[in-house]
Design a protein around this ligand. Structure first.
Ligand SMILES: Nc1ncnc2c1ncn2[C@@H]1O[C@H](COP(=O)(O)OP(=O)(O)OP(=O)(O)O)[C@@H](O)[C@H]1O
Length: 392
């Protein structure tokens, strides 16, 4: 007898183990649900040859789906199948968020312990692997392209912050999360992803030393996560795009290692133009480049409420709004905190040892936030662990 097993209207293969919790969750899912077998076929058994990346959330494989679409298959590294409902609820939310500057989620797979997200594949990798790869890419980013990328990312983030209801704080804006399609249109990836990870698993995103350099001080130290933390990270990214270098480079002389410190120093000396990528060979609009760097300084102000909203940032980048220079003061520098770590390499630093402006107050703990900063001798080897309340 031929058997056609159906799961709440969705056809699934007969070798799928049924799980009532998963079945219930899938009943309300509004995007395509792939079977593990389908994704295994698409990625040629998750072959190393198809592996295109590894992130804090798991491994990413390139694959060709049955309908011919090329996909990026992100296998989440969560071992637990607890929280299936929350997982699927979030997926429903993410799947409905669509914008030209956001990566599209095609579907997911929730089977046994497998949690997999299927995205559209972006041909030109991430900004981290191209513009900031130190010459290891054939792509050339002229000034106009950089402006387009900055504006695109700003629009995508403004959409998440101000148009999606309830608004979404990305939490991890950085060059490796800005993917580029064949025309170099930027697409923000990983939005909403932090919420998919069970709260007991902290997302330690430290493979790249530079990651720490994107963190707003109030988020890094007190776990205060608001849209303003994303805006800080965007500011750092903006400097990276204009300068063509990563935010942290411990191989450079001390004063040059942290790009934001350098930006502030050059701003004070009225020499911001020095920061612009020399590989542009002068092919850029100096006034516009300096304006972009000033916007970056506004975005990275130490006091979150002094940072502009993303819609204002879009307007400033597109010259619909002037940059109010009188509002630019010294940016919040995480490197100030890291200097402390360097001085005390072996000791675990208690929050009370941070500079007074970063002191942890009891209210930060009321958000269910745990911060543990383990020190090492240099930024490249520092471990930085954040455990935040997932409900924000
Ligand atoms: N949709 C996609 N299209 C093409 N490549 C992708 C796609 N999604 C991810 N990648 C590749 O996989 C890599 C790993 O992605 P992932 O988002 O898991 O980690 P990450 O952003 O590099 O780091 P982290 O997890 O610390 O944020 C990316 O840098 C990119 O090269």
């Amino acid at each position: 007898m031929t058997c056609f097993p159906f799961l709440f209207g969705k056809k699934v293969s007969s070798d799928v183990r049924r799980d009532p919790e998963i079945d219930e969750g899938l009943s309300g899912i509004r995007i395509k649900v792939y079977t593990y077998k389908q994704l295994k076929i698409a990625s040629d058994n998750f072959s190393p040859a198809n592996k295109i990346g590894e992130g804090g959330f798991g491994s990413v494989f390139k694959g060709v789906l049955k309908d011919g679409k090329v996909a990026a298959i992100k296998v989440l590294s969560t071992e637990s199948k607890q929280g299936v409902k929350e997982f699927l609820t979030e997926i429903n939310v993410i799947s409905e968020i669509q914008h030209e500057n956001l990566v599209i989620l095609y579907g997911c797979c929730v089977e046994g312990d497998h949690r997999i997200l299927v995205y559209n594949y972006l041909e030109n990798n991430s900004l981290a692997q191209t513009l900031l790869a130190g010459g290891h890419s054939n792509l050339y980013f002229d000034w106009q392209t950089r402006c387009r990328i900055c504006i695109g990312v700003a629009r995508g983030l403004a959409f998440l912050h101000e148009e999606v209801q309830p608004h979404i704080v990305h939490r991890d804006i950085k060059a490796s999360n800005i993917l580029l399609d064949k025309d170099l249109t930027p697409k923000i990836s990983d939005f909403g992803l932090a919420k998919l990870i069970p709260s007991y698993m902290s997302h330690v995103s430290t493979r790249v030393a530079g990651t720490i350099g994107y963190l707003a001080p109030e988020y890094a130290i007190r776990g205060q996560l608001t849209r303003k933390a994303d805006i800080y990270s965007f500011g750092v990214l903006l400097v990276e795009i204009v300068s063509g270098r990563t935010n942290t480079n411990t191989r450079l002389p001390m004063g040059d290692q942290y790009i934001l410190e350098r930006t502030w120093e050059l701003y004070e000396r009225k020499e911001l133009v020095q920061l612009v990528d020399i590989s542009l060979n002068g092919g850029f609009n100096a006034e516009e480049a300096c304006k972009y760097l000033k916007i970056a300084l506004l975005c990275t102000q130490d006091t979150p409420k002094h940072r502009p909203t993303m819609s204002s940032v879009v307007k400033m980048l597109t010259a619909e709004m002037d940059v109010n220079e009188s509002k630019i003061t010294k940016p919040g520098l995480i490197s100030d905190v890291m200097d402390l770590k360097i001085r005390e390499p072996k000791k675990k630093i208690g929050l009370e040892t941070f500079p007074s402006s970063y002191n942890a107050s009891s209210s930060s703990d009321s958000q269910g936030t745990t911060i543990s900063l383990a020190a090492s001798s240099a930024a490249t080897t520092s471990t930085f662990t954040l455990k935040h309340d997932q409900s924000m």
